[in-house]
Design a protein around this ligand. Structure first.
Ligand SMILES: Cc1cc2nc3c(=O)[nH]c(=O)nc-3n(C[C@H](O)[C@H](O)[C@H](O)COP(=O)(O)OP(=O)(O)OC[C@H]3O[C@@H](n4cnc5c(N)ncnc54)[C@H](O)[C@@H]3O)c2cc1C
Length: 354
């Protein structure tokens, strides 16, 4: 008998929800997370209406204490054509959360449903036997865990993915995010700039309590390159929004998956960023992490009842999300200003109001 029915590697949204869903379906679940309870994830912490809906469908309502001020954000798009193209989108609302507290709340839900969580525990490697054998490390202790199913939810630089796919080529989009004590004429909005001269991918501004977060993404994974753009972007903010930065409180540089998708092999699957389920053109990943976490739980139930390999039932369960991601990849990789504008319209049409 394996130690667990399901082991989940990684305690971000994808891992926490996979673990929660599997536990609710009656499986014995272990989640291992390399960080501690308060681990920090670089993120703008903006949740789309669809993300809130997915959580609601799981009976989860986001508590007040994980929200930032302003809790609700409008959407302000700056589009490619001309100086004044874009503006505030009517009746459009996002939720503004503190990402670290949000993830803690998700893991707390998983723990309350019966998931065993080991913090400061790192996945090292695995053997694809039956049961699957995993080597993990906690402090200087290395130990083995056996499981029937393994879910790799260990983010964009996933070790589980590397184990499964070896040297398969994957690309990343680099995102730099600066947290400023600053002044500026910003409304309670997420400002998204889709202009090639401002950002090779996209740039954004969002207010977080008393801080102003300025972010920029680029498919070219070179920090010096991105820094040139972010400095130009801040100059533009000074001109258009009277942005006056006073002191830099934090600077995060992290990545999102760029146009790859790998579902898993045999009884090991990948969810969230580890698999590449992230919208390359907008940076939205939390909702997709949660949706693929739910799909992972359902796929395990299918695999048990139909006696099929997990990767095959999972592929069926994420078919709709896979189609959406492939469309986003097409936009991102063939990016022109017209393409960006078309994509923004596609996004706005797809997203219901909160
Ligand atoms: C700067 C930035 C801003 C973003 N802003 C937004 C936004 O506003 N809205 C949005 O929807 N998306 C945003 N995203 C995307 C979003 O953050 C990701 O898509 C989302 O976090 C993916 O969730 P995940 O659970 O798959 O991975 P993660 O959240 O990365 O979680 C992976 C977890 O695995 C753990 N881990 C890693 N390796 C190991 C190991 N070997 N052993 C054990 N544990 C391990 C990590 O510590 C981490 O806790 C942003 C991304 C970036 C980089």
């Amino acid at each position: 008998m394996p130690d667990f029915d399901v082991v989940v590697v990684g305690g971000g949204p994808a891992g926490a929800i996979s673990a929660l869903k599997c536990s609710e379906l009656g499986f014995k679940v272990l989640l291992i997370e390399s960080g501690d309870v308060k681990r920090h994830k670089p993120c703008a912490g903006v949740l789309t209406p669809m993300c809130v809906d997915v959580l609601r469908s799981l009976g989860m309502s986001i508590p007040r204490n994980v929200m930032c001020s302003p809790a609700m954000l409008g959407l302000y798009y700056v589009l490619p054509n001309g100086e004044n193209s874009g503006g505030r989108v009517q009746n459009f609302k996002f939720l503004n959360v503190n990402r670290d507290l949000f993830d803690q709340w998700l893991r707390q839900n998983a723990a309350e449903s019966g998931v065993k969580i080991l913090y400061t525990t790192e996945f090292l490697n695995m053997r694809e036997s039956n049961p699957i054998r995993i080597l993990a490390k906690q402090g200087c202790k290395i130990f083995e865990i056996t499981t029937r199913y393994l879910i790799g939810a260990d983010g964009v630089f996933s070790k589980v993915r590397k184990q499964l796919y070896g040297l398969a080529k994957v690309n990343f989009e680099l995102i730099s995010q600066e947290y400023w004590m600053a002044k500026g004429n910003f409304e309670d909005c997420l400002y998204v700039f889709f202009r090639k001269e401002l950002a090779p991918g996209y740039a954004y501004v969002v207010l977080k309590n008393d801080l102003c977060l300025v972010g920029l993404g680029s498919p070219k994974s070179d920090y010096a390159f991105i820094l040139t753009y972010i400095n130009q972007f801040k100059k533009r903010l000074r001109k258009e929004f009277a942005f006056k930065p006073r002191s830099l409180v934090r600077n995060d540089v992290w990545a999102i998956p760029y146009a790859f998708l790998l579902h898993g092999i045999g009884n090991t699957i990948l969810v969230g960023d580890a698999a590449g389920f992230c919208n390359t053109l907008t940076g939205e990943g939390i909702r997709l992490a949660i949706e693929t976490g739910v799909a992972a739980g359902n796929a395990i139930q299918d695999a048990v009842s139909c006696d099929r390999p997990l990767a095959s039932t999972y592929r069926d369960r994420v078919e709709r999300i896979t189609r959406f991601i492939c469309r986003a990849h097409q936009f991102a990789t063939g990016l022109t200003d017209e393409g960006r504008e078309e994509f923004v319209n596609f996004e706005l049409g797809r997203t219901p109001f909160l």
